[in-house]
Design a protein. Sequence first.
Length: 128
Amino acid sequence: MAGILEGKSVLLVDDDQEILGAMEVSFSSAGATVSKASDGNKAVETALKEDPDLIVLDMMLPKRSGFLVLEQLKKGKPRNSRPHIIMITGNEGKRHQQYALAIGAEDYLYKPFPMDRLMESVEKVLGE
């Protein structure tokens, strides 16, 4: 897996520190430059400042939901444009998945997921 994300910047957003840590190890090992945020406001602030290639975004966040983050970052942008966003959630409702994909998420994963499943999604979304 080493190097597949070399030169890519990734923002990981989750309020669960264990999940954030596991994702950080996987993305760093794959060569990505990693930033982290644990609430929606920090996610928007970091995304606007750093302009990452990819954001892995939890749906349920303190201060601002993942949906509101997604709406703000994708508003007015063409589909499949940067930042690419993969939503992750523990909520299994199909309606939420449909909404996230409709407003610009490129994939939607249900927790818990194996880290290799997330990395497969990353490769698909980034076209690697």
